[in-house]
Design a protein around this ligand. Structure first.
Ligand code: IPM
Ligand code: MN
Length: 357
C-alpha cells in the first residue's frame, strides 16, 4: 500500500528546499521499503496568484486524505499588501486548524559539527538537546480580534487569548510522553504572574503531569525562560508552552544551532502531520540555489518518524545530515573558512550519498 505525501513548495526558497528534501525522502523510503507517492498542491503566495486564496480547498482536501504534508515556506514581499484575510500566513494557520495540528515539535540539537557555528561559547552550548513543544491550535493566534480602522476612527485593536483545560492537558500529555523517551524533564513555560490563561496552564500542567511520576515537571516564566535559554541551554530537555510563547522561544532557540536554516519542525494532531523547516521563504536568496536545505531534510526525517512510523529511516537521514556536516560541507549561511561551501542541490547530493540502509 502506498502512503500519500502531499508536497507544498510554497514561495521563495520553498521550492528549492522542498525539492532537496523530497529526494532524500525518496531515497530513504526506497532503502527502507516504504512505498510513498507524492501529490503537489498550492498554498501561500503561489496560491493567491493562481487561485485568489492562500489555501485552496483542493489543498485542504488532499492534505486531509494524506499520510503527511511536507511544506516549504510561504509568503514574501509580493503579497505583503494583500487584505489580512488572504495573507499568505493564513495558509499555514488554516492548515494547522483544518488538520487539528495542536502540537508543534521543534527540536534543537547541537551536534558536534554545529558547536563552532553557535553564537554561544562552546562550553555553554556543547551537548544542548532541547525539544520545544508549542501548542499550535489555540491561544491568541485563534482568539477573537478587532483591528483598528482608520476609516471609521477606531483607534483601538485587541487580540484575545483563550485556552481551555483540555487544550492544555493534551499538549502537556504529549510533552510528558516525549520526555519519557528523552531525559525525563519537562519545563512548562507561562506568564502565570500576570495572565489568567497562564494560571490555568500551570494548574493543568500540574494535574496532567501527576500521571507521569517518572517525569519531572517544573515551571518557568517566559521572560526568565528567554534568558535561561542563552545562559544554560543544556539544562533544558522538553519545553512545553503556549502558541505565542512557543513561536518566540523557538526562534531564539533556533539561533543556538547557528542558523535557523538547520531547524526542522513537525506539527501533529490526531490525523496527518505537517512537516516544515522553521525558517521562512527568504525572498532575498530565493532562486539562487544557496538556501540551506537541511531544516527541510530534517523535517522529512521527522515525517518518516512520526507519520510513516519508520524510526530507522529517520535515524538514517539524521545520521547522513550529521555526516555531511562532519565532512565539512556547508551552505552559505553556515560557511566558514576551512569548510566546503556547497549549493542547495549539492548539499542534497551529499546527504543522499550518506544515507545508509
Ligand atoms: C512559525 C511562523 C508562523 C507562526 C507565521 C508564519 C504565521 O512564524 O511557524 O513559527 O507565527 O506560527
Ligand atoms: Mn515563528
Amino acid at each position: 500500500m502506498s502512503r500519500q505525501v502531499v508536497i507544498i513548495k510554497g514561495d521563495g526558497v520553498g521550492e528549492e528546499v522542498v525539492a532537496a528534501a523530497r529526494r532524500i525522502l525518496t531515497k530513504a523510503a526506497d532503502m527502507y521499503r516504504l512505498n510513498i507517492s507524492y501529490e503537489e498542491h498550492l498554498a501561500g503566495g503561489a496560491a493567491i496568484d493562481r487561485c485568489g486564496t492562500p489555501l485552496p480547498q483542493a489543498t485542504i482536501d488532499a492534505a486531509k486524505q494524506s499520510a503527511a504534508v511536507l511544506l516549504g515556506a510561504v509568503g514574501g514581499p509580493k503579497w505583503d499588501n494583500v487584505p489580512p484575510a488572504i495573507r499568505a500566513e493564513k495558509a499555514i494557520l488554516g492548515l494547522r486548524q483544518e488538520l487539528g495540528l495542536y502540537a508543534n515539535l521543534r527540536p534543537v540539537r547541537i551536534t558536534p559539527s554545529l558547536i563552532r557555528h553557535s553564537p554561544l561559547k562552546p562550553e555553554y552550548i556543547a551537548g544542548a538537546d532541547i525539544l520545544i513543544m508549542r501548542e499550535l491550535n489555540g491561544g491568541v493566534y485563534y482568539g477573537d480580534r478587532q483591528e483598528a480602522d482608520a476609516s471609521t476612527g477606531r483607534d483601538t485593536a485587541w487580540d484575545r487569548e483563550v485556552y481551555s483545560k483540555n487544550e492544555v492537558a493534551r499538549i502537556v500529555k504529549m510533552a510528558c510522553e516525549a520526555a519519557r523517551k528523552r531525559r525525563g524533564k519537562v519545563v512548562s513555560v507561562d506568564k502565570a504572574n500576570v495572565l489568567a490563561t497562564s494560571r490555568l496552564w500551570r494548574k493543568t500542567a500540574e494535574e496532567t503531569a501527576a500521571a507521569y511520576p517518572d517525569v519531572a515537571l517544573s515551571h518557568m516564566y517566559v521572560d526568565n525562560c528567554a534568558m535561561q535559554l542563552v545562559l544554560g541551554p543544556k539544562n533544558f530537555d522538553v519545553i512545553v508552552t503556549s502558541n505565542l510563547f512557543g513561536d518566540i522561544l523557538s526562534d531564539e532557540a533556533a539561533v543556538l544551532a547557528g542558523s535557523i536554516g538547520m531547524l526542522p519542525s513537525a506539527s501533529l494532531g490526531s490525523g496527518p502531520g505537517l512537516y516544515e523547516p522553521i525558517h521562512g521563504s527568504a525572498p532575498d536568496i530565493a532562486g539562487k540555489g544557496v538556501a540551506n536545505p537541511l531544516g527541510t531534510i530534517l523535517s522529512a526525517a521527522m515525517l518518516l518518524r512520526y507519520s510513516l512510523d519508520c524510526a530507522p529511516a529517520a535515524d538514517a537521514v539524521e545520521a547522513a545530515v550529521e555526516q555531511a556536516l562532519a565532512d565539512g560541507y556547508r551552505t552559505a549561511d553556515l560557511y566558514q573558512p576551512g569548510l566546503t561551501k556547497v549549493s542547495t542541490e549539492e548539499m542534497a547530493n551529499i546527504v543522499e550519498a550518506r544515507i545508509q540502509g
